[in-house]
Ligand binder design. Structure first.
Ligand code: SOE
Length: 371
């Protein structure tokens, strides 16, 4: 069909993928792996019966009795880690030590020392190690990045980003993530602020160097948890390496907001705004007139067009972005170097910014982000 591109990189051989965890994210990962033509080798969860239930529900070949058994299976090439946050680092480490490529959910680790160890280990072993910062894979987020990179927006002046959800907005709403033992010391920022940090840095090509944050725990008790210490929201003022400034608002208690990730950059010549819930369009703002750019592959930058797998007017969405991420990760396993694949170094960046947010919120001071 005219204007359609289908060259999202395909894996060069059939990979065998194993999945640790059986929840929402394991379902998303396994759909993407199937679309990338992997063999879906099996699932491991917290018990043999939960592994069986996950394998059946996700349509995987086998159920492993334990995570260790999955990681030790010589037939598995790539391990997808889709567990609660505190288990990401130990499982990713075990998989890398077993010589597996790893796709590990964010936050890569609940401490930056662990994330740094994983990034170093993956590099040392020459294994592909990717973190699903999948909002990078919306064609119009790539288009924003391309326009910034080719100078269309001019000198970067300011950034404002938000990631707002409401699935924890009520006092009885509850989830394992509120528990620091499972989720880590940061909740809202680690869970969704990490995506926002990644997208801001990816699209601007700049780095958050210092920040000043306030956090709030609105509900210290929920349906099953009490004495909750993890944050429901974070409001952060940022400074970037270029001298640009910005604000980030990250909240899991924003009624009516489902998955409202947005970033807006103002440059000296133009602004761009991308909204994840309306991913088919990019707003381009100019003093002399503004407008919406449609996802029309014929008119996009090459790196955006390659991700546009259906023509303009045929909406793409979250699972398409996820599929493109997994396809690119698998292509990297096959020896390619796809543009913009988020690796463990990017996972580490997000953990470092998260730690700076918690440190600043605790001290009330401006805090440097470790580099
Ligand atoms: C829940 O907040 C969640 O599923 C996150 O964990 C994901 O990273 C985000 O993409 C959507 O919301």
């Amino acid at each position: 069909m005219a204007g359609m591109t289908t060259d999202v990189t395909a894996p060069v051989r059939t990979l065998r993928a194993g999945f640790v965890g059986g929840g929402f994210m394991a379902a998303v990962h396994s759909r993407a792996a199937r679309a990338a033509r992997a063999d879906l080798a099996g699932a491991a969860s917290s018990s043999p019966s939960r592994s069986r239930e996950a394998a059946d529900r996700l349509g995987l070949d086998a159920a492993f009795d334990s995570v260790d058994a999955l990681v030790a299976d010589p037939d598995i090439d790539v391990v997808h880690v889709c567990t609660p946050n505190a288990l990401h680092a130990p499982i990713a480490k075990a998989a890398l030590l077993a010589g597996k490529h790893v796709i590990c959910e964010k936050p890569l680790a609940t401490r930056s020392t662990d994330a740094a160890e994983l990034a170093a280990l993956a590099a040392e072993r020459g294994l592909v190690a990717a973190v699903p910062f999948v909002y990078r894979f919306h064609p119009m987020a790539r288009e924003a990045r391309a326009r910034v990179a080719r100078g269309e927006t001019g000198r970067l002046i300011s950034v404002h980003g938000a990631y707002l959800q409401d699935w924890l907005a009520g006092p009885r709403d509850d989830d394992w993530r509120v528990d620091a033992e499972l989720g880590g010391p940061s909740r809202a920022f680690a869970d969704i602020g990490s995506h926002l940090v990644d997208l801001v840095e990816f699209v601007t090509g700049d780095r958050i160097v210092r920040l000043n944050a306030s956090t709030r725990t609105v509900y210290e008790a929920r349906a099953t948890h009490v004495d909750i210490a993890t944050e429901d929201l974070a409001a952060v003022v940022i400074e970037l390496g270029s001298g640009a400034v910005g604000t980030l608002l990250v909240s899991q208690v924003a009624p009516g907001r489902k998955n409202a990730l947005s970033i807006e950059l103002a440059g000296s010549d133009a602004s761009v705004r991308f909204e994840q819930e309306r991913p088919e369009r990019l707003w381009v703002g100019r003093s002399g007139g503004s407008g919406l750019v449609d996802r029309d592959p014929a008119r996009l930058a090459p790196d955006a067009a390659r991700l546009a797998i259906v023509p303009a007017g045929h909406p793409m969405g979250y699972q398409d972005a996820f599929n493109a991420f997994v396809a690119d990760a698998y292509a990297a396993i096959g020896g390619s170097t796809p543009e913009g694949l988020p690796g463990f170094d990017d996972g580490l960046r997000a953990v470092r910014v998260t730690e700076a947010v918690l440190a600043s919120a605790a001290s009330g001071d401006w805090t440097e982000v470790a580099s």
